[in-house]
Design a protein around this ligand. Structure first.
Ligand code: SOE
Length: 388
């Protein structure tokens, strides 16, 4: 009989919704499932919010006490979907209690916390994972396969961008995402780390970086209510404004340990760009291009194609490609954010089942944190900074 894993999910907001949906749907996609995740307890700040999350996301129980919950003997997985500055304390307590831990990205709000989390993971016998979901887009996993199979030769260049526009409106609220004490950084930690993770996954570790960071909107209206509304304009609230102390944008040059060079950009202030994650990778024998806003497609160019047909071709991912046996039976039926979270949930449960290390686990995500910290440092110093 397939093993059941009881889940305690801490945080019932936007990410809680995505994870709860993945727990419910994973065995419907991947069958036989490595384990059946059971939505046991959801924790939120107040009893009212927790009860609402329980009813909405299909958990058995609700609680406003994360500490008591992660120590319950009937819990197998602790899933952290809370703001960045709470990750370390919840994860470390859960690891001490012998739980497997999946944590939303970025790993933590400071490098010190991230190091403590990786250390706690190392000295536990538990499985850990950080929810960098975009590497689980089938087209991105197919790009990885082409690179690993040598189809584009040695990678010489990586260009990665993550552009959004939800914070371009200066009247968007000053949520925790704009507060250094909670988020750690702005675009760098929130979305730049996704690109760093993709760069690491596809090309390898980054050694040195040189960055420019900028904060365009210096003050924002204080947020009304606790719910993270991302960019919803508060123009009419007429309320008090407070200082933004994180970056809005980062542009950078990077050097990889294997000699490849590249660039990484991230901003949440690019009007018209919604979830515009692009990757352009050049190798000695071909190129790869991906745009998340067309995420069923991977563009590839192989230099050894005959001259008259040489050029970028578009592959629509489907059953023949990574994760294809679990997803939809016809290419281009559509992969969404939800599917990437379902695959993430599958890979985490499989790693628990097999006793293998999922990627990225806390140790691997710490490498991404080091790059993020080097980007921030370089943004201040103006010079090259090491990420190791
Ligand atoms: C906001 O920028 C955000 O919700 C990120 O925090 C997520 O990681 C990203 O995938 C979608 O946008």
């Amino acid at each position: 009989m397939t093993k059941t894993l009881n889940v305690a999910m801490i945080g019932g907001g936007f990410m809680g919704k995505a994870h709860a949906m993945a727990y419910a749907a994973m065995p419907m996609f991947f069958w036989p499932a490595p384990a059946i995740p059971h939505r046991k307890v959801v924790v939120d700040l107040t009893d009212g919010a927790a009860n609402e999350a329980r009813d909405r996301f299909g958990f058995d129980e609700a609680s406003s006490d994360w500490q008591a919950t992660v120590n319950r003997p009937d819990i197998d997985i602790v899933d952290i979907c809370t703001p960045n500055n709470t990750h370390a304390k919840i994860a470390i307590e859960a690891l001490k209690a012998g739980k497997h831990v999946i944590c939303e990205k970025p790993l933590a709000s400071t490098l010190e916390e991230a190091e403590a989390m990786a250390e706690a993971a190392k000295s536990s016998g538990s499985t850990t994972m950080v929810a960098f979901n975009y590497r689980r887009t089938p087209a991105v996993a197919l790009a990885k396969k082409f690179i690993d199979d040598g189809r584009i030769g040695d990678v010489i260049n990586f260009r990665g961008t993550y552009l959004q526009d939800w914070s371009a409106d200066p009247d968007g609220p000053l949520s925790w995402r704009f507060q250094k004490s909670v988020a750690g950084s702005g675009a760098v930690g929130d979305i730049g780390t996704h690109v760093v993770d993709l760069a690491h996954y596809l090309v390898g570790p980054i050694e040195t970086v040189q960055a420019i960071t900028s904060t365009y909107v210096k003050t924002r209206p204080l947020q009304q209510g606790a719910v993270d509304k991302l960019g919803a304009s508060q123009k009419s609230s007429g309320g008090e404004r407070a200082e933004v102390d994180v970056d809005d944008e980062v542009m950078s040059m990077v050097r990889f340990a294997n000699g490849a060079i590249g660039s990484i950009e991230a901003t949440r202030n690019a009007w018209g760009r919604n979830n515009y994650i692009t990757l352009e990778i050049h190798g000695t024998k071909g190129s790869i291009h991906f745009n998340y806003e067309r995420r069923d497609e991977l563009q590839v160019m192989f230099a050894d194609d005959p001259a008259e047909t040489r050029g970028f071709r578009t592959i629509y991912t489907g059953p023949a490609h990574p994760y294809g046996d679990g997803l939809w039976p016809i290419p281009a039926l559509g992969i969404g954010y939800g599917e990437t979270k379902i695959i993430e949930c599958h890979d985490f449960c499989r790693a628990i089942f097999d006793g293998t290390r999922p990627s990225p686990d806390f140790a691997e995500a710490l490498v991404t944190e080091r790059v993020a910290e080097a980007l921030i440092r370089s943004g201040k110093s103006g010079g090259w900074e090491t990420a190791t």
